[in-house]
Design a binder for this molecule. Structure first.
Ligand code: IPM
Ligand code: SF4
Length: 481
């Protein structure tokens, strides 16, 4: 008898269940555990108190990213520049102590491989298709872009994984987001995922693992897939998935921690089976038409508050749901915006190009393409480009992109989470606006009183040039009829 058709999620899940319990929970094997400084200290401390070891240090990789300043970390004489903020310095020191004591692979603040944990994982070939990947961080969903089942966990679960390399989980429901057709010129993976979140809402994926399907994703670069999957969590989903294919296998070839030679060939044979079977059913399914997607920006304080760049600030009264009306009013008040204002008339003072959503080499190339030969507008007070890792930084420098940015008047920084969230010195001043390539526009996210407009790297670059939210297609001379 032929076996029942399964979704990609179900295949990965089934391959990792160690034990099914009567109450429906399952003990699941975890292939890869990423660790950063924010959510790990108590977990290590608990292990220490219990006298336990890390079960599989070989499957664990740690890197500091949230608290590191993005200004130079090493003095000319090769000594480390101390971190000013005592709490950040303490977080980093704790991580260093923990990785040393427990024997965990570590890329420290001055290593060239250091970077944002979700950039480093795929880049090193540590994150692999079909793997279960966890990290004490909600944007672990990112790694679903290469076909891994990857999700964020809490600190007590971090401890559980460190101690046992397993987790007790309940299966998720499955959701298909099918995108039909092709994206137009100037429309990027970031615009697509912002649009999708606008359609399904921040609760649309709750309890589900989303699989993104359709030709758009098959033709999308691996970097773009990581961008899309990264923001699955902003749609409420547990994780995102895109079926791995040759682009992913080619991307992983030769990466230091990926399988090599015959091992890689064997792995690829298995990875090719990781596709949703014909006839497999999803619990929920939605279809998006790619031609409906424009360069997209947010107007409010939730990632679902999106509008095409050609649109206007919405009127709260136009929302059907009274709670949405109320939320929109509060958002507009916080954002200092008036209904009916054209999005293209909104001036910004700050530009942030970075974060685990958009700091890979392709993102920097897209921003540099717009900025080449141009200058940032007078009204821009602060504009920074923060590569996702030291290796992205080196690659960008080899391509001369750093020069394009600095010639245009932007600052070129060291890798880290930076202004994506206010846990390090990079903050947007109170009451000021930022065109940001990050993933969250929450109240106070980029610093107390900061106002965030989420955009793609090309759109952030365009805003830098004009000093206001701008349709990048105009700058690229690609404005469509
Ligand atoms: C600090 C960390 C726990 C947090 C997360 O879980 O996502 C951060 O990365 C974020 O993006 O808000
Ligand atoms: S870059 Fe931003 S979203 Fe990503 S892990 Fe860091 S703080 Fe979280």
């Amino acid at each position: 008898m032929a076996s029942k058709p399964r979704t990609l999620y179900q295949k990965i899940w089934d391959a990792h269940v160690v034990e099914r319990r009567d109450d429906g929970t399952c003990l699941v094997f975890i292939d890869r555990h990423l660790v950063h400084e924010v959510t790990s200290p108590q977990a290590f401390e608990a292990l220490r108190l219990a006298g336990r070891e890390v079960r599989r240090p070989d499957l664990t990789l740690a890197v500091p990213d949230h608290n590191v300043p993005t200004t130079p970390r090493m003095a000319a004489d090769g000594t480390r520049i101390p971190i000013d903020d005592p709490q950040s310095a303490q977080q980093l020191a704790a991580l260093e102590r923990n990785v040393e004591q427990f024997g965990i692979r570590y890329f420290g603040a001055t290593a060239k491989e250091q970077g944002i944990v979700h950039v480093v994982g795929p880049e090193q070939g540590f994150s692999l298709p079909g793997a279960t990947i966890v990290c004490g961080d909600s944007h672990t969903a990112c790694h679903g872009g290469i076909g891994a089942l990857a999700f964020g966990i809490g600190t007590s679960e971090v401890e559980h994984v460190l101690a046992t390399q397993t987790l007790l989980l309940t299966p998720s429901r499955t959701m298909e987001v099918r995108v039909e057709g092709e994206l137009g010129p100037g429309v990027t993976p970031k615009d697509l995922i912002l649009h999708i979140i606008g359609v399904i809402g921040t609760a649309g994926g709750t309890g589900h693992v989303i699989e993104y399907r359709g030709r758009v994703f098959e033709e999308m670069s691996v970097e773009g897939r990581l961008t899309v999957s990264n923001m699955s969590i902003e749609a409420g989903a547990r994780a995102g998935l895109i079926a791995p294919d040759d682009s992913v296998f080619d991307y992983l070839k030769g990466r230091p921690l990926a399988p090599q030679g015959e091992d890689l060939d064997a792995a690829v044979d298995y990875w090719r089976t990781l596709r949703t079977d014909e006839g497999a059913e999803f619990d929920k399914s939605i279809t998006i038409l790619a031609r409906d997607v424009e360069p997209t920006v947010t107007w409010g304080t939730s990632p679902e508050d999106v509008v095409p760049i050609g649109g206007t600030v919405p009127d709260p009264a136009d929302f059907a749901d009274p709670s949405k009306q109320d939320a929109a009013r509060k958002s507009l008040d916080y954002m200092g915006l008036t209904p009916g204002t054209s999005m293209r008339d909104i001036a910004v003072e700050n530009i942030f190009i970075g974060s685990c959503t958009n700091s890979r080499i392709e993102d920097l190339r897209a921003a540099a393409k717009v900025l080449r030969g141009r200058k940032i507008a007078n009204g821009i007070r602060w504009a920074i480009v923060v590569p996702g890792s030291g290796l992205v930084k080196l690659q960008a420098e080899a391509e001369g992109l750093d020069k394009v940015f600095t010639d245009a008047g932007l600052e070129w920084r060291e890798p880290g989470c930076s202004a994506c969230l206010g846990m390090n010195p990079d903050k947007v001043p109170m009451g000021e606006r930022c065109a940001s390539t990050s993933n969250r526009n929450f109240v106070g996210r980029q610093g107390p009183g900061s106002r965030t407009h989420l955009v793609s790297p090309a759109m952030a670059a365009a805003a830098a040039v004009t000093g206001r939210l701008t349709d990048v297609r105009e700058l690229e001379g690609e404005l469509q009829a």
